[in-house]
Unconditional design. Structure first.
Length: 100
């Protein structure tokens, strides 16, 4: 008596890729999140770094314009005693919102 054996069809290229991601589920998740995380990193952190960089520029009072001469005057002016209360209230609110 002859027995018929079903052979699985050969897997085309797409089936091999699907099998690869089935065996490595973490890699599939990584590739799904890679694009949005790169976008987040470029847009969000790039904007923050640009803002920080422009904080070192100089403001010319005579011409009322910003000049790209790098100085620490703006950073020093931030820590004047008049601004300590503002910094303290801002940090207190940030901590309160984070905890709540």
């Amino acid at each position: 008596m002859a027995m018929n054996v079903l052979q699985s069809p050969s897997r085309p290229g797409l089936g091999k890729v699907s099998g690869f991601f089935w065996r490595n589920p973490g890699l599939g998740l990584f590739l799904l999140l890679l694009g949005p995380l790169m976008w987040f990193g470029i847009v969000y952190f790039g904007s923050l770094l640009t803002l920080l960089w422009q904080g070192f520029y100089t403001f010319d009072d005579f011409t009322m314009s910003v000049t790209p001469e790098l100085t620490l005057a703006n950073i020093r002016a931030l820590f004047n005693p008049a601004n300590y209360d503002i910094i303290l209230r801002t940090l207190t609110m940030a901590v309160a919102v984070t905890i709540a």
